[in-house]
Design a protein around this ligand. Sequence first.
Ligand code: AMP
Ligand code: MG
Length: 320
Amino acid sequence: MTIVSSDIQLASSFLKEGKLVAIPTETVYGLAANIFDEAAVKGIFKLKERPLFNPLIVHIHNLAQLEELANELPEKAKQLAAAFWPGELTLVVKKKEIVPDLITAGKDTVAIRMPKHTLVRELLQQIDFPLAAPSANPSGSISPTNAERVKEYFDGILPMVLDGGSCSSGIESTIIGFEGEEAILYRLGAISIEEIEKEIGPVKQNTTNDSSPEAPGMLLKHYSPKTSLILSTDIKKTLGKFFNKKIGVLVFSNALESSSILHQEVLSETANFKEAAANIYEALQRLDHANLDIILAEKLPDKDLGKSLNDRLVRAAAKD
Ligand code: AMP
Ligand code: MG
């Protein structure tokens, strides 16, 4: 049986014993282990069936931990950390020797984030090691934004889910790496690229290349429901092409009226991107549980967090 509880003491003692614990963060739930415990970290890859070439994000709670793990940071990394930490930003920086190869997939860089969710911050304060934590889902499937979804995925094979309620941001962190002093976007996420560029100026974008050596985790098919998903720029027209099928629909703000829709999810009635982000994965989960033949999803306006959400929908729609 998987324990679902907000008991931080229990979570910290499990982690100290080398057990895996799913942790709440403001982005999505993470599947956490002590970064220095090789057997426990291997357990993350095994439980998720995650390929070993896909490195993990290290979660810290203060800048002293950053110094232990990373070499001298580029100036822009310091600016971004000052502006967005704690929060939904991951920085990929040159690592120190102490960071195990298993965490970084043998690379000389490490991805680091300081989350702001209060429960996970309290937990990190009670243990004296950082936590490696990818999203708490089987590799490639929809990321969980509440404790119940984590339990659904790993019931009986994961010791504990630390229950911190629903994730407020709802999609993964934005990942920024560096080539020398130049900042590069590795993954669109909960902080928009516009917000990042307001702090440090133009950022080079490098997120779509499936075989990019910089971010091996950015596989095209990802965040995927089991039901096939079609992404459409004209959802009314697309809907007209599907009849005799059990159809579910995911729209940004305007509900469609059609008797052929069995289940409809509206991400934000006020067309608010942050609200849409907070809802997207749970909406996909509900659609995926509605016994449909097909999910039709509407492409969002391609700006601000709409870009990040479209990135997730493109990958959710991708075929093997
Ligand atoms: P997830 O934990 O599921 O949110 O995925 C973590 C993401 O961070 C993946 O896309 C990884 O490829 C990326 N990542 C982690 N470490 C590094 C690194 N050293 N360099 C580039 N990308 C990284
Ligand atoms: Mg993930």
